[in-house]
Design a protein around this ligand. Structure first.
Ligand code: HEM
Length: 415
């Protein structure tokens, strides 16, 4: 069956209307782990499963250039970002991010973020209510900023930066006001960081040796030229923005602790294996990245379905993380499932699949897991009340989260 010749109605509008359920709903009606569709006026093949992950990350078949729509670049990733590169230019740019994979970096980011969190928590008790999603973002952005070598900012500036970083993620998949807020936020933060890069180059500001700021200032792409200040700002943002986005998983953790409170004790006790299992289950169970897209380099066939060169290959991230065949009872929240099984790289793909050193898999996955382990334990140890609020998680909204942002009252930090 040829996806180009089939007169499929374009599915871009249903995608916006149905959100996370869009691909999984249609894949359910498909006889195999593949489904032809159309998106953004192009033929597309949606795929899932560990074999499909290897198919999707094979650069002789699927590439990223031209795959991401402008509204996603103008908000979430930035123009010219690592996400859009292929082959040798991608690997040269990826060099900049590889230190994130080192255990020392994971420990460093976690140490700075937990210090900011512990400091913040002491002030939460004096406040009538705290919106966890927003406050976690402040601690995350402050901590990663310090780790990355960015200059310290006063409290109002720190809050504005955190709000901008959240807005960039929140507005990438909508056409409404959230989208325009995201574009303005990106403009502000890109300008601020591009000025900083220029200042460091001019000797008017300093970058701590070996910090991400220092590395981006000195990074050279394949051409041997340094990055222009705007691209350097885009890639610095590609470290501090997604780290701040761990706030989504902190809010989801609070949601899970509320729904399934028996998990509080193993977390509170500091059981390290359970905290890791928790981090994996939160990333598997709760919806964040819906799917990933790439472009067919040549005419492709997958499980008997063909796609012409230039068509889109969609890796169904949310669907694969809820695939009955892979997970068994996938809609049950059970961290224990990760105590019983090894995490195979191409099974669990909330942050992409394949090898983060050579492919597009998220280089911040270990940092995310490290942060989530540390913050989930802290959350479990915190005394608080959840007043009446709307904790529902609408699957039509992308990205989604508990509607209330998780309001806490009566917070008491552990002694
Ligand atoms: C790529 C998710 C945290 C930096 C990605 C991708 C996903 C993802 C789905 C795309 C993979 C692909 O295109 O194949 C997430 C989620 C996070 C998170 C859900 C947690 C909230 C982080 C952190 C960092 C980071 C903490 C940095 C400290 C990046 C970068 C890329 C990326 C630079 C682009 C990699 C490339 O194109 O080669 N992430 N990420 N992410 N992520 Fe993350």
């Amino acid at each position: 069956m040829n996806a180009q010749r089939r007169p499929l109605i374009d599915r871009s509008l249903p995608l916006l209307a149905e959100g996370y359920a869009w691909l999984p709903n249609r894949m359910r009606d498909s006889p195999g782990p593949v489904m032809p569709t159309r998106l953004m006026g192009r033929p597309a093949l949606a795929v899932r499963g560990p074999d499909a992950v290897r198919f999707f990350y094979d650069e002789t078949r699927v590439r990223r250039h031209g795959a991401l729509p402008e509204p996603v670049l103008g908000t979430l990733f930035g123009h010219g970002a690592v996400h859009t590169l292929d082959g040798a230019p991608h690997r040269a740019r990826k060099e900049y991010f590889l230190p994130l994979l080192d255990p020392g970096s994971v420990a460093g980011v976690t140490e700075h973020v937990t210090a900011a969190w512990d400091e913040a928590v002491r002030s939460w008790g004096g406040r009538p209510r705290v919106v966890l999603f927003d406050e976690a973002a402040v601690a995350l952005s402050q901590g990663v900023g310090r780790w990355a070598g960015l200059p310290a900012a006063d409290a109002p500036e720190t809050r504005r930066t955190a709000a901008d970083l959240l807005a960039m993620v929140d507005g990438f998949a909508t056409a409404g006001p959230r989208h325009w807020r995201a574009r303005r936020a990106r403009g502000r933060q890109q300008d601020r960081l591009a000025r900083l890069v220029e200042d460091v180059r001019a000797g008017a500001a300093t970058a701590p040796d070996g910090s991400m700021l220092d590395r981006v200032v000195r990074h050279r792409d394949l051409s041997g030229e340094p990055l222009d200040a705007k691209t350097a700002a885009v890639e610095l943002l590609n470290v501090i923005r997604p780290t701040t986005a761990v706030s989504w998983f902190v809010a989801f953790s609070a949601h899970a602790l509320h729904r399934w409170p028996h998990h509080r004790e193993p977390l509170r006790s500091g059981d390290a294996a359970f905290a890791t299992a928790w981090a994996h289950e939160v990333r598997r169970f709760y919806p964040f990245a819906p799917f990933l897209g790439g472009r067919a380099v040549r005419d492709l066939t997958w499980h008997g379905h063909s796609l012409p060169a230039g068509g889109l290959v969609l890796l169904d991230v949310y669907g694969q993380n809820h695939d009955e065949a892979l997970w068994g009872d996938p809609y049950a929240f059970r961290p224990e499932r990760f105590l019983d099984r090894a995490v195979r790289a191409d099974d669990l793909i909330p942050q992409g699949g394949g090898d983060p050193r050579t492919g597009h898999r998220c280089p911040g996955e270990r940092v995310t897991v490290g942060l989530l382990e540390a913050l989930a334990v802290r959350l479990a140890r915190l005394e608080y009340t959840l007043p009446e609020q709307d904790l529902s998680i609408p699957l039509r909204r992308m990205p989604t989260r508990p509607r209330s942002g998780v309001v806490l009252t009566g917070v008491r930090a552990p002694a």
